[in-house]
Design a protein around this ligand. Sequence first.
Ligand SMILES: [Zn+2]
Length: 141
Amino acid sequence: MNEAYEGSCHCGAIGWTYRTAIPPQQWQLRSCQCSFCRRHSTRCTTDPAGSAEFSIVDHDALHRYRFGLQTAEFLTCRRCGVYIGAYADGPGGRFATLNLNALKTPLDGIPASAPTDYDSEDAEARIRRRESRWTPVTQAP
Ligand SMILES: [Zn+2]
C-alpha cells in the first residue's frame, strides 16, 4: 500500500507528491556530489516501484535548469529559489528524483544521506541508471 508524501518549494508555486510503499525509516537518501547538488546540499530519494506526481501551481515560476550532459531538468522555483527535484523524459519513460529538503512536513527517523558521485558516467549510462532506479512520473512538470 503506497503512502503519499508532499513536497513543494518555499512559496508553494511548484511541488510534488511522492507515493511509495517503503516506510521513511527505510528510505535510501543520496546526496549527489555534482557541482549543482553540492551547492543545494540535496538529499534525494527514489523508488522504482513508487510514483512521482508534479503539481505546478504557477508555471511562470517553474525553472527547468539543464547542465552537464543535459539529460535531465533540475526544477527550481524562480520566485523562492528552492530546488524540488529532477525530471528526465526519454524513450524509456518519464522518471524523477525528489529532493527531500522540499518535504512540506519534515519526517522523523529518515536515514542519513549517503554521498554519491556519478561523474564517471557517460550519457547512456546515466539514462540507464535513471530508468532502473528513479521513480516513474505520473504527472510531468
Ligand atoms: Zn517558490
